[in-house]
Ligand binder design. Structure first.
Ligand code: NAP
Length: 255
């Protein structure tokens, strides 16, 4: 990455106020990107921005609900105006509304599809125009080991499997313009999202983490930084021949 900031590439990371998104934003800033920290609430992104700026990077917090087409248009336009044209996009924002199929409401199904899948579509649509103009771009979508199916997650698993199909389709459509599209599919990662799952299950987070760690080959829970470094690989200049791929980062082959 050139040191001259006028040539600095810009990355947008959604859901970057905390967890995997925050770690990814910080990592991409260390890699040389200026980073737009998208999250529902602009104030919530301030901590990530502060971390990046303390390390000498450039960042901007943008409040944006990725499932809302108007907010996505406005948010991406603001990032482009204040930081520069987006060259990399990480679709990471996500929510859970777990329930067994007989109890899941259509609203719970739609909410999850709306943030993960519709959100990724809207963000990619808004950003690709800048990437195609520049003949360079990197799109990384956050799937999950749950894409292979998971009890109580018919909404989430469908969204995460859908993201893999979206990734491959974007790779085909945008490849001729220098834009790659790839997917990272994490297994269990310690974040507020998984803390909330442990609470719902009525067990401590420590117990939840231990149970998972014992079930996978590397025998430890994942950390946000484990995922950030996989995203970092796909976003690199040198990864330009890698596209349409799904990388499971799950401490073993099954997640
Ligand atoms: P997290 O701690 O819950 O963080 C998700 C962030 O996304 C939050 O800051 C949240 O904001 C934001 N967000 C939610 N809805 C949004 C919307 N409509 N627009 C913009 N931002 C929104 O989750 P995480 O564990 O870091 O997970 C990040 C991604 O990795 C998700 O896509 C998740 O499905 C995926 N993943 C996680 C794991 C895991 O084990 N943690 C495993 C596989 C995949 P609020 O706080 O305001 O809701």
């Amino acid at each position: 990455m050139p040191e001259n900031t006028t040539l600095q590439r810009v990355a947008i990371v959604t859901g970057a106020a905390r967890g995997i998104g925050a770690a990814t934003a910080v990592r991409l800033a260390r890699d040389g990107f200026a980073v737009a920290v998208f999250d529902l609430d602009e104030a919530a992104g301030a901590r990530t921005v502060e971390t990046i700026e303390k390390e000498g990077g450039r960042a901007l917090a943008v409040g944006c609900d990725v499932s809302d087409a108007d907010q996505v248009e406005a948010g991406v336009a603001r990032a482009a105006a204040e930081l520069g044209a987006p060259a990399a996009l990480v679709n990471n924002a996500g929510i859970l509304r777990d329930n067994l199929i007989f109890k899941m409401t259509p609203q719970e199904f739609d909410a999850v599809i709306g943030v993960h899948l519709r959100g990724a579509f809207l963000m990619a649509k808004a950003c690709q125009t800048y990437m195609v103009d520049a003949r360079w771009g990197r799109i990384v979508n956050m799937s999950s080991a749950a894409a292979l199916g998971n009890r109580g997650q018919s909404n989430y698993s469908s969204a995460k499997a859908g993201l893999q199909a979206l990734t491959k389709t974007l790779a085909i459509e945008l490849g001729p313009f220098g834009v790659t599209s790839n997917c990272v599919a994490p297994g269990f990662i310690a974040t507020e999202m998984t803390e909330a799952t442990a609470e719902r299950m009525g067990i401590t987070f420590e117990e939840f983490t231990d149970r998972y760690a014992r079930s996978i080959p590397v025998r430890r829970g994942g950390r946000p930084e484990d995922i950030a470094q996989a995203v970092s690989f796909f976003a690199r200049e040198e990864a330009g021949f890698v596209s349409g791929q799904v990388l499971y980062v799950a401490g073993g082959p099954k997640g």
